[in-house]
Design a protein around this ligand. Structure first.
Ligand code: FES
Ligand code: FES
Length: 205
Protein backbone atom coordinates (compact mmCIF):
# COMPACT_ATOMS: atom_id res chain seq x y z
CA UNK A 1 0.00 0.00 0.00
CA UNK A 2 2.84 2.31 0.86
CA UNK A 3 4.33 1.56 -2.54
CA UNK A 4 1.01 2.28 -4.27
CA UNK A 5 0.76 5.59 -2.43
CA UNK A 6 4.31 6.43 -3.34
CA UNK A 7 3.61 5.56 -6.98
CA UNK A 8 0.49 7.74 -6.95
CA UNK A 9 2.37 10.62 -5.34
CA UNK A 10 5.11 10.21 -7.91
CA UNK A 11 2.58 10.67 -10.70
CA UNK A 12 1.14 13.79 -9.06
CA UNK A 13 4.50 15.39 -8.41
CA UNK A 14 5.69 14.63 -11.94
CA UNK A 15 2.60 16.27 -13.37
CA UNK A 16 2.95 19.32 -11.13
CA UNK A 17 6.62 19.58 -12.03
CA UNK A 18 5.83 19.40 -15.72
CA UNK A 19 3.27 22.22 -15.36
CA UNK A 20 6.10 24.51 -14.31
CA UNK A 21 7.95 23.68 -17.49
CA UNK A 22 8.41 27.32 -18.35
CA UNK A 23 11.30 27.08 -15.94
CA UNK A 24 12.52 23.71 -17.11
CA UNK A 25 12.05 22.02 -20.47
CA UNK A 26 13.61 18.89 -18.98
CA UNK A 27 10.78 18.67 -16.46
CA UNK A 28 8.17 18.81 -19.21
CA UNK A 29 10.04 16.12 -21.10
CA UNK A 30 10.03 13.92 -18.02
CA UNK A 31 6.24 14.20 -17.82
CA UNK A 32 5.60 13.52 -21.51
CA UNK A 33 7.98 10.56 -21.63
CA UNK A 34 6.38 8.75 -18.72
CA UNK A 35 4.98 5.49 -20.12
CA UNK A 36 1.21 5.14 -19.90
CA UNK A 37 1.06 1.52 -21.08
CA UNK A 38 3.43 -1.08 -19.69
CA UNK A 39 3.81 -4.84 -20.05
CA UNK A 40 3.46 -6.96 -16.94
CA UNK A 41 3.67 -10.73 -16.55
CA UNK A 42 2.19 -12.42 -13.53
CA UNK A 43 1.05 -15.88 -12.60
CA UNK A 44 -2.68 -15.99 -11.93
CA UNK A 45 -4.15 -19.18 -10.51
CA UNK A 46 -1.11 -21.09 -11.72
CA UNK A 47 -1.21 -19.75 -15.30
CA UNK A 48 1.31 -17.28 -16.70
CA UNK A 49 -0.51 -14.17 -17.94
CA UNK A 50 1.14 -11.47 -20.04
CA UNK A 51 -0.64 -8.14 -20.12
CA UNK A 52 -0.12 -4.62 -21.42
CA UNK A 53 -1.92 -2.28 -19.07
CA UNK A 54 -2.33 1.40 -18.39
CA UNK A 55 0.11 2.05 -15.55
CA UNK A 56 -2.79 3.31 -13.42
CA UNK A 57 -4.65 -0.02 -13.64
CA UNK A 58 -5.21 -1.60 -10.25
CA UNK A 59 -4.61 -5.30 -9.80
CA UNK A 60 -8.38 -5.59 -9.21
CA UNK A 61 -9.20 -4.06 -12.58
CA UNK A 62 -6.52 -6.12 -14.31
CA UNK A 63 -8.11 -9.29 -12.91
CA UNK A 64 -11.69 -8.30 -13.68
CA UNK A 65 -11.43 -6.23 -16.87
CA UNK A 66 -8.36 -7.70 -18.59
CA UNK A 67 -8.46 -11.33 -17.46
CA UNK A 68 -12.25 -11.51 -16.94
CA UNK A 69 -11.85 -13.15 -13.54
CA UNK A 70 -14.94 -11.52 -12.10
CA UNK A 71 -15.05 -13.64 -8.95
CA UNK A 72 -12.99 -10.96 -7.24
CA UNK A 73 -15.43 -8.18 -6.39
CA UNK A 74 -15.20 -4.40 -6.41
CA UNK A 75 -17.02 -3.03 -3.40
CA UNK A 76 -15.61 0.31 -2.30
CA UNK A 77 -12.50 0.52 -4.54
CA UNK A 78 -10.91 2.33 -1.58
CA UNK A 79 -9.48 -0.39 0.66
CA UNK A 80 -12.36 -0.30 3.10
CA UNK A 81 -14.51 -3.37 2.46
CA UNK A 82 -12.25 -6.34 1.61
CA UNK A 83 -14.45 -7.53 -1.29
CA UNK A 84 -11.40 -7.41 -3.58
CA UNK A 85 -9.16 -9.60 -1.38
CA UNK A 86 -6.82 -11.93 -3.27
CA UNK A 87 -3.75 -13.87 -2.19
CA UNK A 88 -0.44 -12.65 -3.61
CA UNK A 89 2.68 -14.67 -2.89
CA UNK A 90 0.84 -16.31 0.00
CA UNK A 91 -0.40 -13.11 1.65
CA UNK A 92 -3.83 -11.55 1.35
CA UNK A 93 -4.08 -8.04 -0.03
CA UNK A 94 -6.75 -5.61 -1.17
CA UNK A 95 -6.33 -5.75 -4.92
CA UNK A 96 -8.00 -2.34 -5.34
CA UNK A 97 -5.12 -0.69 -3.48
CA UNK A 98 -2.26 -1.89 -5.61
CA UNK A 99 -1.24 -1.34 -9.22
CA UNK A 100 -1.00 -4.29 -11.59
CA UNK A 101 2.42 -3.19 -12.85
CA UNK A 102 3.78 -3.61 -9.32
CA UNK A 103 3.17 -7.37 -9.47
CA UNK A 104 5.43 -8.57 -12.25
CA UNK A 105 6.45 -12.14 -11.45
CA UNK A 106 4.03 -12.45 -8.53
CA UNK A 107 1.85 -15.46 -7.85
CA UNK A 108 -1.79 -14.36 -7.57
CA UNK A 109 -4.58 -16.62 -6.31
CA UNK A 110 -8.18 -15.51 -6.78
CA UNK A 111 -11.36 -17.27 -5.71
CA UNK A 112 -11.39 -19.04 -9.11
CA UNK A 113 -7.99 -20.52 -8.25
CA UNK A 114 -9.00 -21.79 -4.82
CA UNK A 115 -11.71 -24.11 -6.05
CA UNK A 116 -14.41 -24.77 -8.62
CA UNK A 117 -18.09 -25.69 -8.16
CA UNK A 118 -17.11 -29.32 -8.86
CA UNK A 119 -14.00 -29.30 -6.68
CA UNK A 120 -14.50 -26.76 -3.93
CA UNK A 121 -11.80 -25.69 -1.51
CA UNK A 122 -12.60 -26.88 2.05
CA UNK A 123 -13.25 -23.24 3.01
CA UNK A 124 -15.81 -22.91 0.22
CA UNK A 125 -17.49 -26.13 1.33
CA UNK A 126 -17.62 -24.86 4.92
CA UNK A 127 -19.14 -21.52 3.87
CA UNK A 128 -21.90 -23.41 2.04
CA UNK A 129 -22.48 -25.78 4.96
CA UNK A 130 -22.65 -22.99 7.55
CA UNK A 131 -24.61 -20.54 5.40
CA UNK A 132 -21.72 -18.08 5.53
CA UNK A 133 -23.31 -15.72 3.03
CA UNK A 134 -26.60 -14.23 1.90
CA UNK A 135 -26.18 -12.09 -1.24
CA UNK A 136 -22.69 -13.53 -1.75
CA UNK A 137 -21.05 -10.30 -2.89
CA UNK A 138 -18.46 -10.23 -0.11
CA UNK A 139 -17.96 -13.99 -0.13
CA UNK A 140 -15.00 -14.42 -2.54
CA UNK A 141 -13.05 -11.86 -0.52
CA UNK A 142 -14.14 -13.46 2.76
CA UNK A 143 -13.00 -16.89 1.60
CA UNK A 144 -9.62 -15.70 0.24
CA UNK A 145 -9.09 -13.80 3.48
CA UNK A 146 -10.13 -16.77 5.64
CA UNK A 147 -7.73 -19.12 3.86
CA UNK A 148 -4.89 -16.65 4.37
CA UNK A 149 -5.87 -16.04 8.01
CA UNK A 150 -5.39 -19.69 8.87
CA UNK A 151 -2.00 -19.53 7.16
CA UNK A 152 -1.05 -16.45 9.20
CA UNK A 153 -1.98 -18.15 12.47
CA UNK A 154 -0.10 -21.29 11.46
CA UNK A 155 2.94 -19.15 10.64
CA UNK A 156 2.79 -17.58 14.12
CA UNK A 157 2.00 -14.08 12.90
CA UNK A 158 0.39 -12.13 15.77
CA UNK A 159 -2.65 -9.85 15.43
CA UNK A 160 -3.85 -6.76 17.31
CA UNK A 161 -5.56 -8.97 19.91
CA UNK A 162 -2.74 -11.47 20.46
CA UNK A 163 -1.92 -11.20 24.19
CA UNK A 164 1.45 -12.90 24.26
CA UNK A 165 3.61 -11.94 21.30
CA UNK A 166 6.19 -14.58 22.20
CA UNK A 167 3.68 -17.47 22.16
CA UNK A 168 1.97 -19.18 19.25
CA UNK A 169 -1.22 -17.29 18.29
CA UNK A 170 -4.30 -19.28 19.33
CA UNK A 171 -7.33 -19.97 17.15
CA UNK A 172 -9.73 -18.10 19.41
CA UNK A 173 -12.98 -16.47 18.40
CA UNK A 174 -11.43 -13.07 19.13
CA UNK A 175 -8.43 -13.83 16.90
CA UNK A 176 -10.63 -14.91 13.99
CA UNK A 177 -12.94 -11.92 14.32
CA UNK A 178 -10.04 -9.46 14.56
CA UNK A 179 -8.19 -10.98 11.62
CA UNK A 180 -11.36 -10.99 9.48
CA UNK A 181 -12.36 -7.44 10.48
CA UNK A 182 -11.16 -6.00 7.16
CA UNK A 183 -13.82 -7.98 5.31
CA UNK A 184 -17.18 -6.29 5.63
CA UNK A 185 -20.40 -8.24 5.13
CA UNK A 186 -23.35 -5.98 4.58
CA UNK A 187 -25.68 -8.96 5.01
CA UNK A 188 -24.26 -9.55 8.49
CA UNK A 189 -23.33 -13.20 8.04
CA UNK A 190 -20.47 -12.81 10.51
CA UNK A 191 -21.35 -15.52 13.03
CA UNK A 192 -21.84 -18.08 10.24
CA UNK A 193 -18.55 -17.04 8.64
CA UNK A 194 -16.74 -17.61 11.95
CA UNK A 195 -18.42 -21.02 12.23
CA UNK A 196 -17.20 -21.94 8.74
CA UNK A 197 -13.63 -20.84 9.40
CA UNK A 198 -13.66 -22.60 12.78
CA UNK A 199 -14.69 -25.86 11.17
CA UNK A 200 -11.84 -25.69 8.64
CA UNK A 201 -9.45 -24.80 11.45
CA UNK A 202 -10.68 -27.80 13.44
CA UNK A 203 -11.92 -25.88 16.47
CA UNK A 204 -15.39 -25.50 17.99
CA UNK A 205 -17.03 -22.18 16.99
FE1 FES B 1 -11.04 -3.17 -2.35
FE2 FES B 1 -13.30 -2.52 -1.09
S1 FES B 1 -13.02 -2.97 -3.19
S2 FES B 1 -11.34 -2.93 -0.22
FE1 FES C 1 -24.02 -10.13 1.32
FE2 FES C 1 -21.77 -10.56 2.72
S1 FES C 1 -23.19 -12.03 1.99
S2 FES C 1 -22.44 -8.71 1.80
Amino acid sequence: MATATTAAMGTVSRGAYAQGAGASGAAAKLGSDAPSIMPVSLKVNGVQRDLAVDTRTTLLDALREHLHLTGTKKGCDHGQCGACTVIVDGRRINSCLTLAVMHGGDDVITIEGLGTPEHMHPMQTAFVKHDGYQCGYCTPGQICSAVAVLGEIKAGIPSHVTDDLTAEPQLTNAELRERMSGNICRCGAYSNIVEAISEVAGRPA
